[in-house]
Write a protein that binds this ligand. Structure first.
Ligand SMILES: Nc1ncnc2c1ncn2[C@@H]1O[C@H](COP(=O)(O)OP(=O)(O)OP(=O)(O)O)[C@@H](O)[C@H]1O
Ligand SMILES: [Mg+2]
Length: 314
């Protein structure tokens, strides 16, 4: 869906992005991580042509982006940023309707779309539609920013630290919402963050950048287990690596399937991560948990030995 082929960006003599190649498949959530100044935002902004690349080619659906009309890019790509970029003198509703208005949708259609998006992001019309950005909390403003990015139903979403300023609880709930939204609407998303836990929670495809270059990319577990160099390894947090891996693996992967009646024990959902299961074990002083499905029906058992990946169960 999105292809960057040997793309370079220079600002004067400085090279911000240095010969990167990257393909993002349709429906994939690709996360760019790396330290400050490594070229993440520049990469994102070259995709929607807020910044023109200096060398190489960028394709959308196999077509060079330079061939697309501005209006087409605007319709196909939503863009959300940390500072939200909301217009301070416009109401929430007007801010969300920005792109549809630029695309000259009829007023009734814009209104319907704004209502639909506010519902989707859990913002009540009565409470928020007529508020101004300064009357919103940071999390509400970021939701409005995301709603605005989705307004013209783009198939590509570019998100530059959209949850950066949020407390961990609001942030996690927005991360969950984004994953759900992506599963439901099949958007192709390029998401920039420098928070490794956020990257691991979200990414199907993880790209590590350093000093303008891509040092490694692939499936998150692959990078975690086989980091290409010391820099990638350090991003995965040394001693915390085991927990970061456990956060990526579901309970269902290590549980013993149900074979007999289980005694009453602490329960854990089969979709929960091994990290969550470990936390329950630590907190409850329990070495075994009953694994249940979405309806709360027992489907198996997870022992501490199985959780840590031992082959045999006692
Ligand atoms: N318009 C510009 N003119 C000159 N240099 C720029 C411009 N925009 C970015 N740069 C430089 O390009 C490099 C990459 O910047 P970029 O904003 O892409 O980094 P980043 O990875 O997004 O960092 P952060 O995590 O801090 O947001 C930096 O060294 C920056 O100073
Ligand atoms: Mg940036």
């Amino acid at each position: 869906m999105i292809d960057l082929i040997h793309v370079t960006k220079r600002f004067g003599v400085a090279t911000a992005v240095d010969d990167i190649s990257l393909s993002v498949a349709q429906g994939e959530l690709c996360v760019l991580v790396g330290t400050s100044g490594c070229g993440k935002s520049t990469t994102l902004r070259m995709i929607n042509r807020l910044i023109e690349h200096s060398e190489g080619e960028i394709h959308i659906d196999g077509q060079q982006i330079r061939r697309f009309r501005q209006e087409t890019l605007r319709r196909r790509m939503g863009y959300a940023i940390q500072s939200t970029g909301l217009f301070p003198h416009w109401t929430v509703a007007r801010n969300i309707g920005l792109v549809p208005r630029l695309l000259k949708w009829p007023a009734a259609r814009i209104q319907a779309r704004v209502e639909e998006l506010m519902a989707l992001l859990g913002l009540s019309m009565e409470e928020f539609a007529h508020k101004y950005p300064h009357q919103l909390s940071g999390g509400q403003a970021q939701r409005v920013g995301v709603a605005r990015a989705l307004a013209a139903d783009p198939d590509i979403l570019l998100m530059d630290e959209p949850f950066g300023a949020l407390d961990p609880i609001t942030r996690e709930s927005l991360q969950d919402e984004l994953r759900e939204l992506q599963a439901r609407l099949h958007k192709t998303i390029v998401f920039v963050t420098h928070d490794m836990d956020e990257a691991l929670r979200l990414a199907d495809h993880l790209v590590v950048m350093h000093q303008g270059r891509i040092v490694q990319q692939g499936w998150p577990l692959e990078l975690l287990r086989e980091p290409a160099d010391g820099f990638v390894e350090s991003l995965f947090g040394g001693e915390d690596r085991g927990l970061k891996e456990a956060a990526l693996l579901p309970v269902s992967q290590r549980m013993q399937p149900l074979g007999h009646d289980l005694p009453a024990r602490e329960r854990i959902g089969q979709q929960a991560s091994l990290r969550e299961a470990l936390s329950v074990m630590l907190w409850r002083h329990a070495e075994r948990l009953t694994v249940v499905d979405d309806d709360g029906q027992p489907v198996g058992e997870l022992s501490l030995r199985r959780l840590v990946g031992a082959r045999r169960d006692d």
